[in-house]
Design a protein around this ligand. Structure first.
Ligand SMILES: [Zn+2]
Length: 330
């Protein structure tokens, strides 16, 4: 009964499987650490996985592995997450510095020679592996801006998943140069969290729900909805962690779970859960399938119309406060 509303004629749940992926960008030694911990705790409490987009080398110096050498608290915290299957470690560029040519930028990679891109991505990948003992398979270009050499380098380095904006390659979902593409569907910014004077937190949650509802009920939409945010988006007044913003995320997760129509996964599909709406440990096997694969997405045909609709939806309903939404961390 839950699966009859999309007009797809599907008779089984497999055909109507819809996935939500949370993507937390700008996870780095210089990230807002309290916010990072707090938002991760929401995911733990809800038993909902998240893909962490890690910036390996956010400062010009030192030249070594900044994930190891700069911030011991961050290092140990991240190492502690590696045993929790709710957290996927992905690579979000190398420096996250804008070296893209105008007007195509900002970008860390766009327009740079293949060898330079390859070397930077490889160094970042190796830094993550050395620091955390996890080799990332998902690549997330900073500023959601890259080019064909970025794809070629990521593929050559063994990445199997790629996540960026629709506009980067004018493609939403499907196969991108041999990698699985998951396009950003919506961005949850600070503005969405009630910093704009005209918004209330209720309206913000409603706008998230509205966008999600349209995606759920569009038979042509891609089957994965990628929700992007940053640790800094959970900052409140006077550099404190905002309880109300955390609450908005928690309520949104509750809403998603309440639809009964989505599952939560990561870009690498290493874990899939239905959430649980309550405190859970990583051992809550009743609602968690570790290593579950999503064969449906591999074979799905993505219509251009559906793809464009999803992107337009995301663009319209994303309220942007910051001009540079993907700026490096402060
Ligand atoms: Zn970023």
């Amino acid at each position: 009964m839950l699966f009859t509303g999309a007009g797809s004629g599907a008779t089984g749940s497999a055909q109507t499987a819809k996935y939500v992926i949370f993507r937390d960008d700008d996870v780095a030694p210089n990230a807002d650490f309290a916010e990072l911990q707090a938002v991760n705790q929401v995911h733990i409490d809800k038993n909902v996985p998240v893909t962490l987009g890690i910036i390996p080398h956010p400062w010009p110096a030192p030249s070594g592995n900044q994930l190891i050498e700069v911030n011991q608290t961050f290092l140990e915290y991240m190492q502690s997450l590696t045993s929790n299957h709710l957290f996927q470690f992905a690579q979000h560029g190398y420096t996250h510095l804008d070296v893209g040519p105008s007007p195509e930028g900002p970008s860390e990679f766009y327009g740079r020679p293949y060898a330079a891109q390859y070397d930077a991505i490889k160094q970042g990948r190796d830094d993550i592996t050395q620091a955390f003992g996890v080799t990332p398979t998902s690549f997330l270009p900073p500023f959601d801006k890259s080019d064909n050499n970025t794809l070629k380098a990521a593929k050559a380095l063994g990445f199997t998943e790629y996540s960026t904006a629709f506009a980067d390659f004018m493609q939403s979902g499907g196969n991108l140069d041999g990698m699985r593409l998951d396009t950003i569907s919506i961005e949850v910014t600070n503005a969405s969290f009630n910093e704009a004077p005209s918004l209330t937190s209720t309206q913000t949650l409603q706008s998230l729900e509205s966008a999600t509802n349209q995606w759920l009920n569009d038979p042509n939409s891609v089957n994965t909805f990628v929700v992007l945010y940053h640790p800094a988006d959970f900052e409140g007044a006077n550099y404190t962690v905002s309880a109300s913003k955390l609450n908005t995320l928690a309520n949104y997760i509750d809403y998603l779970q309440g639809t009964g129509r989505v599952q939560f996964t990561t870009l690498d599909r290493s874990v899939t859960t239905t959430g649980n709406g309550a405190v859970a440990s990583s051992s809550s096997v009743g609602t968690t399938a570790v290593g579950a694969t999503d064969a449906q997405n591999d074979s799905a045909v993505f219509s251009i119309l559906g793809a464009i609709l999803v992107v337009l939806l995301g663009s319209i309903l994303t309220i942007r406060l910051r001009r540079n939404k993907n700026r490096p961390n402060r």
